[in-house]
Design a protein around this ligand. Sequence first.
Ligand SMILES: *Cc1c(COP(=O)(O)O)cnc(C)c1O
Length: 399
Amino acid sequence: MLARQNIRINALRMFSSSMKTMTTGGLPLDASKLKIVNKSTPSKPRPNDELVFGQTFTDHMLTIEWTKAKGWDVPEIKPYGNLSLDPSACVFHYAFELFEGLKAYKTSDNKITLFRPDMNMKRMNKSAARICLPTFDSDQLIALIGKLIEQDKHLVPEGKGYSLYIRPTLIGTTAGLGVSTPDRALLYVLTSPVGPYYKTGFKAVKLEATDYATRAWPGGVGDKKLGANYAPCILPQLEAAKRGYQQNLWLFGPEKYITEVGTMNVFFAFKNSKTGKKELVTAPLDGTILEGVTRDSVLSLARENLDPNEWEVNERYYSINEVAEKAEKGELLEAFGSGTAAVVSPIKEIGWQGKDINVPLLPGEQSGPLTKKVAQWIADIQYGRKTKDNWSRVVADLN
Ligand SMILES: *Cc1c(COP(=O)(O)O)cnc(C)c1O
């Protein structure tokens, strides 16, 4: 199995390095050419308790057109509004669409920072290359997103769990029904003030393990943030909801490996009764797992902060059967999802083959002790109470 996996991974690496040499041609993306058209009357910030995830948008959006003939056109910041596209545009028929999700935070020293935007830009370019949409210079788009945030900085909410969600999107806009490489594209960025995913702090969720549908497969595109990956995931989620589960846990293959939860990466903590050591584990990046920025942050912070005499931090294959067996022996400690929207989302129960696997929580609380710590480590960096490497990028200073 491992040898087979390695061959697959190597084949994918060759494929992605050949894509890197693909040239886009035409003018490069240039933030210095930015044109700004202001909304005539700026809106007032909504009270924090009225913010519903992804339902409220700020006053402005960023749009940049691309054509094969000319390359990247002048970037524009303009009032938020409808797009006008030919109904035969390839995005509507063949899913030439990809997106990103990242957040800007108002820090305790009154700055607005982006959390690890370089990671999102890198992933966005990988997604673009995979579906033959144009790539771009990451730093230029980060600079432009910074300008967009600055434009609407009065709408960035403040407080624990509050942030500005940023949605960069890239679509193919070539008109006509032939299936081919798009020669026109539109990159646009929306921003949305958001509150904590769960209003009352953590809320542990119940999952149903899904083995009759597959989210991603070797050689597929599960590691890219393509819109086409998401629509087919709703039906299994609805099925799980009918039986009282909030989300589904994606399994893969005859081994029933655990891959992701809903649209988040997933972590489990185990206890090894023989060695007395604890283990934090998540699935390896083999092309079927979305390369989450939060996943990467959890791994780095766990490796940095957990005592190696007590903890092992591993990226390895593990199955629902292993989790069920460990639960049976009292060796299942914790489980949580990780992603930009909720950051960390504790899990309390997993439905599997007609039974429920119970995940322990702290008495009277909605998470286990490690889940709580991980959430705190990340929040400390996002809200500027601590620094780590170049993870926080300042885009506006409100002082
Ligand atoms: C976006 C996403 C994640 C989480 O990625 P982050 O960069 O941490 O937000 C995980 N899984 C899927 C399927 C996703 O789409």
